[in-house]
Design a protein around this ligand. Sequence first.
Ligand SMILES: NC(=O)CCC(=O)C(=O)O
Length: 274
Amino acid sequence: MKVAIIQLAYGDDESVGERTARVADLVRAQAGHDLVVLPELWPAGGFDYRHWDERAEAVDGPVATALAAAARDARVTLHGGSIVERAAPHGTDGRGLFNTSLVFSPEGRLVATYRKIHRFGFGEGEPVLLDAGADLVLVDVPVRGASGDRERSVRVGLSTCYDLRFPELYRRLVDAGAEAFLVPAAWPMARISHWTLLGQARAVEDQCVVIQCNTAGTHARHEMGGHSQVVDATGKVLALAGADEEVLSIDIDTSATAAWRDAFPVLTDRRLAT
Ligand SMILES: NC(=O)CCC(=O)C(=O)O
């Protein structure tokens, strides 16, 4: 599976429209990959809380429309990172805003949305401003064979940033058939060692490929950490970005995951304590 991870850098001086046009061009430049991944909340700003409400949009809003066109033009499956989604509130005290990932098919169709389950902020930011998602979401990503035809698909489980700290989510994704996890993020430099370590931990404990796409640059006085990475099912880091804007391009041998699970069948030894 040929994957391009767009580790986007942005500051406070670029409008959402300008950033969207720039990102769409970057996606189009990844034609030939099977899957292209963008970071969390790049249109609204990962930590730009005061702009989230005015930048919120529906899953068929202007950012989604631009991403759908870029996916179609590049003929790739596009994980568009996430937007602040405006939708019907959850429950009577719901706010009607979610941190929602959007996945588009190579035909430009919206094929999956994932609402971030674990909200980051400890009394500010997401828990105050957004509703929590509740649903497990997996997507089958078509992969081209040697002939160029899409011969098989890889089942990918969705998650977002702070979710990475909650291993039970990933265990459930594995039980639902995940071969790889996608983790778009706006993870600060201050805790970047946790980001790389936890990605490797999720890979090892769940025998899954982990594809992590972080943000770079500094916005809203938060320095983002970069260091997007791809980890194979044995825990080996296959690709690692630096701290600045960068596109990581990698061809992942996804058949190695099943081979590793057969050779070292730790998942079959699980026992639940009573
Ligand atoms: N946007 C986030 O979810 C940030 C998570 C984070 O900074 C952490 O878990 O540490």
